[in-house]
Design a protein around this ligand. Structure first.
Ligand code: DMJ
Length: 645
C-alpha cells in the first residue's frame, strides 16, 4: 500500500532506490506551482476579509477615503450585479407593466428598487424630488413654471410631485384639539401609509394586493385586466390625509394607464361606478384637476351600453370593448340587482353637471321613473328586477347584500342635489317608513334593535355586516329631513349602531362577522363558520362616524378606536392589511386580500372620526356608497358645475 502521509499525489512508485528522473523533476516543479497558488489564494482571502468583514474593517474606516470606499462597497456589494433602476427621477416603476401586457416578476422590481435606494443613499444619484409645496408656496411655484413657459402637463409626466404643486392647495386642517384624538388620527394615517406601501411595492397597477403572499389580486368585478382599483379608490383618502407624493404617483398612473374603454372582459357597472366614477369625481371636486373629471366621463361612457334594455333598467355587467352586456347567471332568472341599479344616481347626475353632457342624468332618471311607477309588495322593494319585463324577480327583501345602497342613494341624492330632487326624498320616506314598520325588530333577550330580511314573506332574523350602514343612514335622514319622525329615526339609528357594535364586541377578535343572527338563544352572533369572516369592511365604522358627527356622543369615537386597534392587531401583515377568516379565533388565518375599499372607506371614516367636524363637513359634502365625498349643490364652492349645464 502507498504511504498516506503525502498530501500531494505521487507519480513514481519506487522513489527510494531510483535517482531523480526528468519525470520526477517535472513533478516537483508542478508541486511548487501548486504551493504558490495556495499561498496567493490565502493572501487574497486575508485581503478580502479585511475589506468586507465589519470587525476587521473597523480600524481601516478611520482612514479617510479608504473607509468611505469600503462602506460603499459593503453597501452596494450583494446587489452590484443587478441591472440599474430604469428611472432616475424618484418615481416608482410599476411591477406590473401595461406595455404590451408584459408582467414583470415583482421580486425583480423589488430588488431593483432596493439597489436604487442603496446607490442613491451612497450619493451616486441626484437627490429625490422635493416634497410638493402647498398653499401660497404652490401658487408661486406654479406661476414661476408658467412664466418659464413650462408645459405643466408634459413636464408632470417625469416629475409628478411638481405637478401636484400646480394644483390648488389640499384640504388641510381638521385636527382635533384633543391630543388623544391627534394621536389616533396620526395612527390611522400611518395605517394608510402602510396599506398604500404594501400595494405600491407588490401590486402597483393591479387591482388589489395580496399582502401576505405579496402578489397582485383581482376580483372578477374589475374585469380581467389590471385596472389600478386600489389607486383610484384610495386617491381622495390620500388627498385629505395630505399624502401628496402618493397622490401624485396615483394621478400619474391614472393619466398614463386608466382607460376603461379598452377593457375586453366583463366589468360590474355598479363597482365601476361607485369606485371609479365616484372616486374620480371626488378627486375632481377636491382638487379641481380636470384630468379626474375627464377620466370619470370616459369610464361612465364605457358603461353606457349596459343601459340599452327595453326598460332602461341596466344590466349588471358589460364588456367595454364590445358593449356586450348581461346579468349575473345566479340572479333570479336574469334579473338586475336592486342595490346595483339603484346606486348610480349621485355619480351620474353630478357627472352631467360637471361635463354638460345630459345623457347620464337621463339614464338614471329613467331608472327612477321605472322604480317610482312599480307596485311595491307591502311597500317594500324586492332585490331583483328584470331589465326586459320590468317585473320583480324573487321576493327577497334586505337592507344588507343586494339591497343596501339603493336606500342610501334615495336620501343622499336628495342631499347632493341641494334639496332639488324632491322625488328622491319622497321615495326615501316611503321606503324607510316601510322598512321601519316591517323589518326593524327588537331581540327578545337583550332588546337589541336589528333589521331583519324577508324571503317570500317569511322573516329571516339575520343582519349582514353590509346592513350596518343603515344606522348612520337613519341618523342622517333624521338630521336632514324636516319631517316629524326625527326623534324616532335618530333613536333607531343609534340603536342599530349599538347592535352592530355588539356584533364586534361579542367576538374574540373584537371584529364583526360578515353576518349575524338573532334566535331565542343568541343575539348578534354568527352561527355558521362561513359567516364568521371579516374582510376589512367599513359599514360599522361608517355609522360610528356619521353618528359622532351628528350627536357628538364620544362613545362612537371609542368604538371606532376599538375597531382600529383590532384591525391593527389581527389584520396587519407585512405588506398591508388582510381580511381574516374567523373573527372567533384568537389566531385567525388571513384571507390574503387587501380590499380597495379598506383604503377608500374604512381608513377614511376612521380618519374623519378622529378629525374635527370641519374636515369634509356633512353640511357641504355627501359620501357616495364607497365613501367618496361629492359636493352638495348650491352649498359647496367645490361643486364646479360647468357653466351653462
Ligand atoms: C363597498 O364597496 C361599498 O360600501 C358597497 O356599497 C358595499 N360593499 C363594499 C364595502 O363593504
Amino acid at each position: 500500500m502507498a504511504a498516506t502521509s503525502d498530501i500531494l499525489p505521487r507519480f513514481v512508485k519506487n522513489s527510494s532506490a531510483a535517482p531523480a528522473s526528468p519525470t520526477r523533476q517535472a513533478c516537483r516543479l508542478k508541486e511548487r506551482h501548486l504551493l504558490m497558488l495556495i499561498v496567493v489564494t490565502f493572501i487574497l482571502i486575508c485581503f478580502g476579509t479585511i475589506f468586507f468583514a465589519p470587525d476587521f474593517g473597523e480600524s481601516l474606516r478611520k482612514i479617510d477615503g479608504l473607509g468611505g470606499m469600503q462602506k460603499r462597497v459593503q453597501d452596494i456589494g450583494q446587489d452590484f450585479l443587478l441591472p440599474p433602476p430604469p428611472l432616475a427621477n424618484g418615481r416608482r416603476e410599476s411591477p406590473l407593466r401595461h406595455d404590451g401586457d408584459q408582467i414583470e416578476d415583482p421580486h425583480v422590481a423589488q430588488d431593483r428598487e432596493k439597489l436604487y435606494h442603496k446607490v442613491k443613499a451612497a450619493g451616486d444619484l441626484p437627490p429625490p424630488l422635493a416634497k410638493p409645496r402647498l398653499g401660497a408656496d404652490a401658487a408661486a411655484a406654479a406661476a414661476a413654471a408658467q412664466e418659464a413657459g413650462a408645459d405643466a402637463g408634459g413636464a408632470a409626466e417625469q416629475r409628478p410631485a411638481v405637478r401636484v404643486a400646480a394644483l390648488p392647495p389640499v384640504i388641510t386642517g381638521g385636527e382635533d384639539a384633543d391630543p388623544v384624538m391627534q394621536f389616533r388620527r396620526r395612527k390611522i394615517k400611518e395605517m394608510m401609509q402602510h396599506a398604500w406601501r404594501g400595494y405600491a411595492s407588490y401590486a402597483w397597477g393591479a387591482n388589489e394586493v395580496r399582502p401576505v403572499s405579496k402578489r397582485s389580486h383581482s376580483a372578477g368585478i374589475f374585469g380581467r385586466r389590471p385596472m389600478g382599483a386600489t389607486i383610484v379608490d384610495a386617491m381622495d383618502t390620500l388627498f385629505i390625509m395630505g399624502m401628496t407624493d402618493e397622490f401624485a404617483e396615483g394621478r400619474l398612473w391614472i393619466k398614463q394607464h386608466l382607460d376603461v374603454s379598452q377593457v375586453d372582459s366583463e366589468v360590474s357597472i355598479f363597482e365601476m361606478n361607485i369606485r371609479y366614477v365616484g372616486g374620480l369625481l371626488s378627486c375632481f371636486a377636491l382638487s379641481g384637476d380636470t384630468l379626474f373629471r375627464d377620466r370619470a366621463l370616459e369610464t361612465a361612457r364605457a358603461l353606457l351600453p349596459a343601459f340599452d334594455t327595453p326598460t332602461g333598467i341596466p344590466y349588471g355587467l358589460v364588456v367595454p370593448t364590445t358593449g356586450k352586456a348581461k346579468n349575473y347567471g345566479w340572479a333570479s332568472g336574469g334579473s338586475s340587482i336592486l342595490s346595483e341599479l339603484g346606486t348610480l344616481h349621485m355619480e351620474f347626475s353630478y357627472l352631467s353637471d360637471v361635463t354638460g353632457d345630459p345623457q347620464f342624468r337621463r339614464r338614471v332618471q329613467k331608472i327612477r321613473q321605472v322604480l317610482a311607477g312599480l307596485e311595491k309588495p307591502g311597500g317594500l322593494y324586492p332585490n331583483y328586477l328584470h331589465p326586459k319585463t320590468g317585473k320583480w324577480g324573487q321576493r327577497h327583501i334586505s337592507v344588507g347584500a343586494l339591497g343596501d345602497s339603493f336606500y342610501e342613494y334615495l336620501l343622499k341624492e336628495w342631499l347632493r342635489s341641494g334639496g332639488a330632487d324632491r322625488e328622491a326624498l319622497m321615495l326615501y320616506r316611503h321606503a324607510i317608513g316601510n322598512v321601519t314598520e316591517r323589518l326593524v325588530r327588537t331581540s327578545s333577550q337583550g332588546g337589541l334593535t336589528y333589521v331583519s330580511e324577508l324571503l317570500n314573506e317569511r322573516p329571516n332574523h339575520k343582519m349582514d355586516h353590509l346592513a350596518c350602514f343603515i344606522g348612520g343612514l337613519y341618523a342622517l335622514g333624521a338630521a336632514k329631513d324636516p319631517d316629524n319622525k326625527t326623534d324616532r329615526y335618530l333613536k333607531i339609528g343609534k340603536e342599530i349602531t349599538r347592535t352592530c357594535h355588539e356584533s364586534y364586541d361579542r367576538t374574540v377578535t373584537k371584529l364583526g362577522p360578515e353576518s349575524f343572527r338573532f334566535t331565542d338563544n343568541l343575539e348578534a352572533k354568527a352561527i355558521k363558520l362561513q359567516e364568521r369572516y371579516y374582510i376589512l369592511r367599513p359599514e360599522v365604522i361608517e355609522s360610528y362616524f356619521v353618528l359622532w358627527r351628528l350627536t357628538g356622543d364620544k362613545k362612537y369615537r371609542e368604538w371606532g378606536w376599538e375597531a382600529a386597534q383590532a384591525i391593527e392587531q389581527f389584520c396587519r401583515v407585512e405588506a398591508g392589511f388582510s381580511g381574516i377568516q374567523d373573527v372567533e379565533s384568537p389566531a385567525p388565518r388571513h384571507d390574503d386580500v387587501q380590499q380597495s375599499f379598506f383604503l377608500a372607506e374604512t381608513l377614511k371614516y376612521l380618519y374623519l372620526l378622529f378629525s374635527d367636524n370641519s374636515l369634509l363637513s356633512l353640511d357641504e359634502w355627501v359620501f357616495n356608497t364607497e365613501a367618496h365625498p361629492l359636493p352638495i349643490k348650491g352649498v359647496n364652492h367645490r361643486y364646479r358645475q360647468l357653466s351653462g349645464s
